[in-house]
Write a protein that binds this ligand. Structure first.
Ligand SMILES: [Zn+2]
Length: 237
């Protein structure tokens, strides 16, 4: 099966539902600002209107609760594995799954499967707000995935499953990482994405560069992730 080629995500301003009709404009202005900041496709981080890098504000022991919608058993397994790979890099990135944990938190990541997109080549979207002053990314985080990704794989390396790839790529957006659109990043980051290339391009899993950048941004394991995780679980249960 041929790999789908484009990944997209939306950037929204800090909005409230009550004023949506007015906010189409605000949202698109923000979107343009963010796109402008990345017009050369080289900025590692999504930037807000003040050109501040966006990040999730997390401290040790914080959890992000993941709700999965419309995934079958096989898909659920792959999605969880993909997220755990990111989780394993930093003691500040602690994802728990709502079907495995009853921890109560406002830090929510919703991942919805079987979506249809206007553009048939889009496989996933990450949607979230970020603060236009501080750059803090705000919860809830939302990821939408095209249906059928479980059957897609990268033809040059069938070990790279399209579903895993899309989940990691979109989750990295929710950590503040940008699409990288210059060929300097080809094969070097899972965030590489060039909408202008019609032919196939290099797809990777999470690379060493990605891992280092996540660790630089969120901290590494700081010698005790499992302990922190376990204590917190016991406390909350
Ligand atoms: Zn993307």
């Amino acid at each position: 099966m041929k790999i789908l080629k484009k990944f997209e995500f939306f950037k929204f301003a800090h909005l409230t539902l009550a004023i949506i009709p007015v906010l189409g404009l605000t949202a698109s202005v923000c979107s343009i600002a963010a796109d402008f900041s990345n017009q050369n496709g080289d900025n590692r981080y999504i930037k807000n209107m003040l050109y501040v890098d966006t990040h999730l504000k997390l401290k040790e022991g914080d959890f992000i609760k993941v709700n999965l919608y419309n995934f079958n058993e096989e898909e659920t397994k792959l999605v969880k594995e993909a997220i755990k790979e990111i989780d394993s890099l930093s003691s500040k990135l602690n994802y728990v799954f709502s079907d495995e944990s009853n921890i109560q938190t406002k830090r929510i990541l919703n991942i919805r499967n079987n979506r249809e997109f206007d553009n048939p080549t889009i496989v996933g979207r990450a949607v979230f707000n970020y603060n236009q002053v501080t750059g803090d990314i705000e919860f809830p985080l939302n990821i939408y995935l095209r249906k059928g990704l479980i059957n897609g794989f990268y033809e040059k390396d069938p070990s790279i499953k399209l579903l895993s790839y899309a989940v990691k790529h979109e989750v990295m957006h929710t950590l503040g990482f940008n699409d990288l659109r210059t060929d300097r990043w080809l094969g070097k980051s899972i965030m590489y994405y060039n909408a202008d290339i019609a032919s196939d391009y290099e797809v990777t899993g999470i690379t060493e560069q990605d891992k280092n950048d996540i660790i630089n941004c969120y901290g590494g394991l700081a010698g005790g992730k499992d302990v922190i995780y376990q204590e917190e679980m016991e406390e909350k249960n």
